[in-house]
Ligand binder design. Sequence first.
Ligand code: C5P
Length: 222
Amino acid sequence: TAKINVAIDGPAGAGKSTVARQVAAQLGYLYIDTGAMYRAVALAVMRRKLPLSDEEAVARLAEGLQIELRPGSEGQQVLLDGEDVSRAIRTPEVTKRVPQVAAIEAVRRVLVNLQQKMAAGKGVVMDGRDIGTHVIPNAEVKIFLTASVEERARRRYEELKRTNAHLTYEQLLHDIAERDRQDRERLTAPLVQAPDAVLLDSTGLTIAQVVERIVQICRRVL
Ligand code: C5P
């Protein structure tokens, strides 16, 4: 049967990457984590200590970077100019900075271009903020995955408390809400549900239940 494209968008910590990876595995499709690409650009910007106000320099840097995604043992492996930065892009410092880098129009132009090439052959499950609205507006299946901000902070806290003893639930709640605000309020491709996306609230659902719902929606189209 012909392959389709699946777009999964939503706020931070809604479980998009976990869900998207499992949906891709069940369909035999390629999973693409676009957040990792914005994180890689943010990391490069921070390493070069470029001021974010110098959008032209940031854009020039983004254009020259080589960003590759590869399937890895724990999620997606991210290569930045050949270096494995899978861990380096997940630090709190990078996480906090990404929305500012992602708000720069020229950065989005570079990454969206790459993402559209990746999706051109169909058979991808792509997660992000603007996939259904801008990257693959003709995706056969579009999901907007949410959960209450408290639930998202609670899940993140459960996930991180073992490795980070200083982290508090309140801090996470604040950080997640702030990142969402920046992603929703930016002018270029803000976080918003596409009119034709299926809204899925995962509050109170297990990962397996969310995956099953999405795979069902895909099978209806396939
Ligand atoms: O998905 P993840 O939380 O890793 O994304 C990190 C950040 O990258 C988001 O908060 C957002 O600022 C940016 N992003 C984006 N567009 C996407 C994916 C991520 O602006 N398609």
